[in-house]
Design a protein around this ligand. Structure first.
Ligand SMILES: [Zn+2]
Length: 420
């Protein structure tokens, strides 16, 4: 059975890093860490100018543990240590590690919001801060990962309250010229490009073959795992039933971002968006399938199930849509939970059995304003203090949990709870 006429369904950048969405009549098309870094509790709210002694001690212990693990790893180059943290045992920082603003280079709030979101994810930060990425880089294609590693180091171990992401921006701009212009871009597209670039830089070039397993369920994944696929890649299975002969086939598809339709113009919940994405759809007219049993094109029913839950689930709320030739923004107020997001109703029995389907919110990328003059910000849960912070380019402010829910959410990052 072959699928045809998928409409605006799949948005793929590279083979292993793909964003999947669901067109109105198209096939529903579809987005965690090996170790979690130390998470000392730091108690009362931190201030940039004044840190109570207990907080200072916690931060020093945190930095010391990071640096200690570096010194004990012979494979790691220590240039980033000398660059960013010369005397970690003695230094007292004026701000918490990871609470570092990013300079706006001219309409680059979309980039800053994505970078803050990614740099708040403990397993990804741990991987880059530890220097493990340097061993995985392959020659001639490691610029993006190196620039990202430097930026993570600056944001987590640097002394400045605000740093410039110019180095990373310049590397990405070479590969994707649209991002080198100082014009507003779509944060979700930028995210896909960043994940793709990091994956390309870190994958092993020697094992590029597509090797499905016995059940063929890994068909879409073609390379050896990288930190990007380990954390962000999930898998859907589409069950496609021919409405004529009732035969069913299963089509696996990997994803890194789930693009969810918004079923209401005024208000709805993330669950409503998920229901909409995972509901059974009928493929007719130009979207018919070629049924190998019938030997002809037929209408079909298609339903998606999560067969592999990623460690970090990224939802893209499809606020921007085309209406004829006009693009417009949906300002729907979407309610989303901070914890206990249960994806088991949309998951295979295996995922449910492993309790992989429960998630907690860890970052939000917001888009406020209209189509062309909007502004991106990020809300991130700080992994050390567990407090929420708002990142608006160079500005950082603390948020109460109740303020994390806003009508501007555009991308939601959830971490699998079994890893917390
Ligand atoms: Zn058939």
């Amino acid at each position: 059975m072959e699928l045809e006429g998928r409409g605006d369904g799949v948005k793929k950048v590279g083979q292993a890093v793909a964003s999947v969405s669901r067109g109105k009549h198209g096939l529903p098309v579809a987005s965690q860490p090996s170790s979690v870094p130390p998470r000392p509790s730091v108690g009362p709210p931190p201030s940039r100018c004044f840190l109570e002694t207990s907080i200072k001690e916690e931060i020093k212990r945190f930095c010391r543990r990071l640096v200690h693990s570096w010194w004990n790893d012979d494979s790691i180059c220590l240039e980033s240590v000398t660059y960013s943290c010369k005397e970690p045992m003695e230094e007292v920082r004026s701000h918490l590690p990871g609470l570092t603003g990013l300079k706006n280079l001219g309409n680059t709030c979309y980039m800053n919001a994505i970078l803050q979101g990614l740099c708040s994810l403990p397993p990804l930060v741990d991987y880059f801060l530890s220097g493990k990425y340097k061993a995985a880089l392959h020659k001639g294609n490691g610029e993006a990962a190196t620039a990202f590693g430097c930026l993570v180091s600056d944001m987590w171990l640097g002394e400045s309250a605000c740093v410039s992401p110019e180095g990373f921006h310049s590397v990405l701009g070479k590969r994707y010229p649209a991002f080198s212009k100082r014009t507003q871009q779509d944060a979700q597209e930028f995210l896909i490009c960043v994940l793709n670039e990091l994956h390309e830089a870190l994958k092993k070039s020697s094992k590029r073959k597509c090797v499905p397993d016995a059940k063929g369920s890994r068909g879409g994944v073609s390379e050896t795992p990288t930190i990007i696929t380990e954390l962000f890649e999930g898998q859907l299975s589409y069950d496609i039933t021919c409405l004529e002969c009732k035969s069913t086939s299963h089509r696996p598809e990997s994803f890194t971002v789930l693009s969810l339709p918004i079923p209401s113009k005024s208000a709805c919940s993330l669950q409503d968006c998920l229901e909409c994405f995972f509901q059974q759809d009928t493929l007719t007219w130009n979207n018919q399938i070629h049924c190998s049993w019938c030997g002809s094109k037929q209408d079909a029913a298609v339903k998606a199930t999560i067969t592999k839950a990623p460690q970090i689930m990224i939802f893209h709320l499809k606020r921007f849509e085309w209406q004829g030739k006009q693009k417009r923004k949906l300002s729907t107020d979407i309610w989303y939970p901070l914890g206990d997001l249960d994806l088991s109703p949309y998951s295979s029995e295996e995922v449910q059995r492993r309790r992989d389907a429960e998630y907690s919110l860890c970052a939000v990328v917001n888009h406020s304003g209209f189509l062309d003059d909007g502004h991106y910000t990020a809300f991130c849960k700080h992994s050390v203090s567990t407090n929420w912070y708002s990142f608006d380019d160079a500005q950082i402010s603390k948020l109460s949990d109740s303020s994390v829910q806003t009508h501007t959410a555009y991308l939601l990052f959830y971490t699998c709870q079994s890893l917390l």
